[in-house]
Design a protein around this ligand. Structure first.
Ligand code: NAD
Length: 359
């Protein structure tokens, strides 16, 4: 049976890195007879340029009917001056909320070959394998009311609303407990319950769920401490669960433990496991068009897509193994380059993964 994959390359380095991931998907599609069919649409600035909006109704419809979505990244200075309502990021947020992609899985795995590329000492990060489960469709990024208003005294005030209801917390909590059960059964819930009432409720709901997962050891940590512990002793963590904004920040921090944000894939899923897959990083306008971006986060996102949404584990493993082989060969894009390794371009890295897959 064929499966439809909808590809949204996006902006900046997005099209460059997605091209490499598509090369890799084409190879596994043929080799494992996966029956993948591809369609492509526009998201973010590229959609604004063509349709005047960051996500057209047509592309939203295609995203809805696809079995999985592979996305590059959106945004860039070209569109920064536009009205907030039609900025590139709005298209991405709309896609996540319209498809109810509330659960964002962000693994941070240190490939042993890249221990030297991390800014932390090898003994602190070697063997690192943590998973951040981030709530993606609620919290302060979506809370209303929001805006910038003028007060009676004429001063302007910016305001946002941080809120979570119990059912939103419960569904991400259940997802995180179930994920922890499949790993080393340790779950750390990150909040700011000493200051924010919304996260007092977050903590209460996590505690209420815990007895239903007796094999999982639940702990709680304030977000400021979690940020510190991530760079002090990251291997104390296995699965972390947190809200939208804290997860956004902590996962970028975790990214650097692994050497480069260019190595980190992510999955955003609905309650049925249907999802969108994208690298954790943004559109990197500073290096766009230079052919030096690291495509591995996107290639690894494609592997996550095969595993989590399309149930094609063998192909996912083959891609992950090929990435590891390429790193063994000493091939590095500029972001993970260290002395004694060979610097390669975006396309050369993609070709090397294709070659390792075909070997
Ligand atoms: P960024 O992740 O794009 O870049 C941060 C730094 O990491 C830059 O120095 C960049 O060159 C580097 N980098 C990122 N990906 C890389 C890769 N694959 N290979 C090598 N180096 C890489 O974050 P930013 O600079 O804060 O944001 C740039 C734009 O991306 C903004 O418009 C922002 O809104 C957008 N953004 C989009 C997403 C998304 O699409 N999901 C996420 C974050 C930021």
């Amino acid at each position: 049976m064929s499966k439809n994959v909808f590809i949204l390359p996006g902006d900046g380095i997005g099209p460059e890195i997605v091209t490499e991931a598509k090369k890799v998907l084409d190879v596994v599609n043929a080799r494992f007879d996966l029956g993948l069919q591809f369609d492509e649409g526009l998201l973010g600035g590229s959609a604004i340029d063509v349709h005047g909006v960051p996500l057209s109704d047509g592309d939203l419809g295609k995203a809805r009917s696809a079995d999985a979505i592979l996305m590059g990244s959106v945004g860039g200075p070209k569109w920064d001056q536009l009205d907030r309502a039609i900025r590139p990021e709005k298209g991405l947020l709309k896609l996540r909320s319209e498809l109810d992609l509330f659960s964002n899985l962000r693994p941070a795995i240190l490939y042993p070959q890249l221990a030297d590329a991390s800014s932390l000492k090898p003994e602190v990060v070697s063997g690192l394998d943590i998973l951040i489960v981030r709530e993606l469709t609620g919290g302060i990024y979506f809370g209303e009311p929001r805006g910038i208003r003028t007060l009676e005294n004429g001063e302007r005030e910016g305001y946002n609303t941080y809120k979570y209801n119990e059912s939103e917390i419960e569904r991400i909590g259940r997802n995180a407990f179930a994920t922890a059960q499949k790993r080393s059964k340790k779950l750390c819930s990150v909040d700011k319950a000493n200051v924010l009432e919304a996260t007092v409720l977050w903590r209460e709901v996590m505690d209420r769920l815990a007895p239903e997962y007796p094999d999982v050891e639940l702990s709680h940590m304030y977000v400021d401490n979690a940020a510190m512990q991530l760079v002090r002793a990251p291997k104390q963590f296995d699965v972390l669960v947190t809200g939208n904004m804290f997860g956004d920040i902590l996962s970028d921090c975790a990214a650097m433990l692994t050497g480069s944000i260019g190595m980190l894939p992510s999955a955003s899923m609905d309650k049925n496991g249907r999802g969108m897959y994208e690298p954790c990083h943004g559109s990197a306008p500073d290096i766009a068009g230079q052919g030096i971006a690291n495509p591995l986060a996107t290639i690894l996102s494609a592997a996550m897509m095969l595993r989590y949404s399309l149930d094609m584990n063998a192909a996912a493993e083959a891609i992950e193994l090929a990435v590891s082989k390429v790193l063994d060969q000493g091939l590095r894009t500029a972001d993970i380059y260290t002395a004694g390794t060979e610097k390669v371009s975006t396309a050369q890295m993609g070709d090397a993964v294709v070659e390792a897959l075909s070997a």
